[in-house]
Design a protein around this ligand. Structure first.
Ligand code: PNW
Length: 460
């Protein structure tokens, strides 16, 4: 990977956030409660008892945040729309004050020359729909989501030309419904498999709804968090392939080939659950899209557990005598996530390109968390984040050189924010936030990113 990598003309540089992580104003202007309001207010669910009640107060401070985007020199901002701001009960009555907020945000972005790229679902499901349908585990959620998507597209589609339906359905179904670490905090494999299918069905129906409701031509895509699993010995190769099927194939298969991967069991494959997949569903899910969004943070390594079952240093248990491994020599972030930029190149060339062919791909999130602090000069010198960014941008450039159709990159995140179950303890921002005062400080990595976006190349 050469250090002077440059990017194609019209490569789209961006930064990303999500509504519950930054907006605050959790009960303002008619917003209804979401499952994350409920979950974060449940003792023991989120580190330190943190909630998104105030977060970065971006609901009020978005003009300041747009100034930060201008300093970064980005051409696009990926934010998410809060479903319970638009429909406090999830269905039925539309809250015009909620739509007005996003309309003001979109206008201010366009004024600044920044393209708005909204995500319609970044995990803040209306609590009323969790109660009514069991959330994503219930089939009726799919129509409700498509209806809400149509409402937003009708209101903003004269100015928004690129939409993302869902953020990371793998995390929604597994972290939320299988392992219970995210809202709604359930640990039911059956619910997780059902959620997997209903998320995809909701996606397909919403693609149709957005195109039908939008007053101007719209590009529509979905964001997946895809992974690479690397076996550390030949005996672990089959388990690595299994993990990739659960992580990637169960989404890429239906979206791009109209079928779930055949190797998976009923614990993981909606196709094997009686009554879950209805006639016609697979065609709706495979509705053609205009781009694929890819989120990437870290690779996985799979090894065989020690014969006595004891965990060795850096290992975490997986099922069936396998372990998740941290190979010596690779750095880890504050999240304990491995740093290995070549794995992003591997993902794009080995996993993404074969599935999507020539379809445009956007990296819709990539970034890292470190223990940042403000030094005596009032600066945040986050050299590890800068190095992570540089390495991963190099990987993107080399994947493009190898023929992958990557059209843009969104850094995660514009701001330090509410990092879900980790609360405010884990910082991913290019901007530091002092949560006591809401003061924003562009970090060294943000200055670096501004150089990249202006040169359309990696400096030095
Ligand atoms: C993504 N994992 O979540 C989300 O889209 C962001 O909202 C979040 O802040 C960011 O990554 C950093 O965590 C993920 O366990 C959560 O593999 C968990 C995983 C991956 C992504």
């Amino acid at each position: 990977m050469s250090s002077d990598a440059s990017f194609p003309d019209r490569f789209l540089w961006g930064a990303a956030t999500a509504a519950y992580q930054i907006e605050g104003a959790a009960a303002e202007d008619g917003k209804g409660p979401s499952i994350w309001d409920t979950f974060s207010h449940t003792p023991g669910k989120v580190h330190h008892g943190d909630t998104g009640d105030v977060a970065c107060d971006s609901y009020h401070r978005y003009p300041e945040d747009i100034e930060l985007l201008k300093r970064l020199g980005v051409g696009a901002y990926r934010f998410s729309v809060s479903w319970p701001r638009i429909r406090p009960e999830g269905r039925g009555e539309v809250n015009s004050k909620g739509l007005d907020y996003y309309s003001r945000l979109v206008d201010a972005l366009l004024e600044a020359g920044i393209a708005p790229v909204p995500t319609l679902y970044h995990w803040d499901l209306p609590q009323a729909l969790q109660d009514a349908f069991g959330g994503w585990a219930g089939r009726d959620i799919a129509e409700a989501f498509a209806s809400y998507a149509g409402v937003v597209a009708e209101a903003l589609g004269d100015r928004v030309h690129r939409w993302i339906t869902l953020n990371e359905p793998w995390v929604v179904s597994n972290v939320g419904y299988r392992w219970g670490r995210h809202a709604p905090g359930h640990s039911e494999a059956g619910e997780a498999v059902a959620a997997n299918h209903h998320l995809l069905l909701a996606h397909g129906l919403s693609v149709q709804a957005i195109r039908a409701a939008s007053p101007a031509p719209a590009e529509v895509g979905i964001t997946l968090n895809l992974g690479v699993s690397r076996p550390t010995s030949p005996e672990a190769a089959d388990m690595a392939a299994e993990l990739e099927a659960r992580h990637n194939g169960v989404y890429l298969g239906p979206l791009f080939s109209g079928e779930y991967p055949s190797r998976l069991s009923a614990e993981w494959s909606p196709a094997l659950v009686p009554g879950l997949v209805h006639d016609g569903d697979m065609a709706v899910i495979a509705e053609s899209i205009d781009f694929l969004g890819v989120n990437f943070y870290f690779p996985g390594y799979v090894g065989v557990a020690a014969a006595d079952g004891e965990l060795r240093a850096g290992e975490r248990p997986l099922e069936g005598g396998f372990v998740d491994v941290r190979p010596a020599g690779l750095p880890v972030t504050a999240m304990d996530w491995l740093v290995e930029p070549t794995s992003l190149h591997e993902l794009l060339t080995r996993v993404v390109a074969p599935a999507v062919g020539d379809l445009p791909v956007y990296i819709t999130e990539n970034g890292s968390s470190w223990y940042d602090y403000v030094n005596q000069d009032g600066e945040v010198v986050d050299l590890e984040r800068q190095s992570y960014l540089r390495g991963h941008l190099g990987a993107v450039a080399s994947a493009i050189a190898d023929g992958v159709n990557v059209r843009g990159y969104f850094a995660w995140s514009l701001l330090d924010n509410f990092e879900w179950a980790e609360g405010y303890a884990k910082r991913f921002g290019l901007t530091f936030i002092d949560f006591a005062t809401q003061r924003r400080i562009l970090k060294r990595s943000g200055e670096y990113y501004a150089q990249v976006t202006r040169k359309n190349a990696l400096p030095e």
